[in-house]
Design a protein around this ligand. Structure first.
Ligand code: HEC
Length: 122
């Protein structure tokens, strides 16, 4: 009986110690890769809609997902963390025909920061 208990305990410890993957949830693959909307809180649904429309005008969402998942901006190889999201947002805004407002970008930056926090969770 004592052995059973010990084994159960070891089993539980192993579960806790197993490295779990980033909590960020995604859907699709490659060009279709996107963020799973189920992880987006109600107050950020609006920002999510803006991102879904505005941030795929020039490239797919894959670029943004990879940046957030890996912490590295996939084109330039620069860090992509909460200190950097605003600058990337502004950079996108300033591109010709970006078709975005400062407010759009502000909301998307806020959402990206939330998603960075999510992906950092164990
Ligand atoms: C007007 C076109 C355009 C729009 C709109 C646009 N992007 Fe980009 N994006 C680019 C181009 C061009 C690049 C290539 C790298 C560069 O020039 O910075 C890029 C690169 C990126 C990268 C990789 C940056 C790097 O340094 O590797 C990320 C992440 C990104 N975009 C996210 C976004 C997000 C989030 C939005 C919406 C807020 C967005 N983009 C909207 C044109 C656009």
């Amino acid at each position: 009986m004592k052995l059973m208990k010990t084994m159960v305990l070891i089993g539980m410890l192993a579960l806790v110690a197993t490295p779990v993957h980033a909590k960020l949830k995604t859907v699709g693959k490659g060009d279709k890769l996107g963020f799973d909307p189920s992880q987006v809180p109600t107050d950020m649904k609006g920002a999510f809609e803006i991102m879904k429309v505005k941030c795929i005008q020039c490239h797919t969402m894959e670029r943004t997902v990879i940046a957030i998942q890996t912490g590295i901006a996939p084109v330039t190889g620069q860090p992509f963390d909460k200190q950097a999201t605003k600058a990337y947002g502004i950079k996108m805004l300033r591109k010709p025909k970006s078709n975005m407002t400062r407010e759009d970008v502000k909301q998307v930056v806020n959402l990206m920061n939330f998603l960075i926090d999510e992906s950092a969770k164990p």
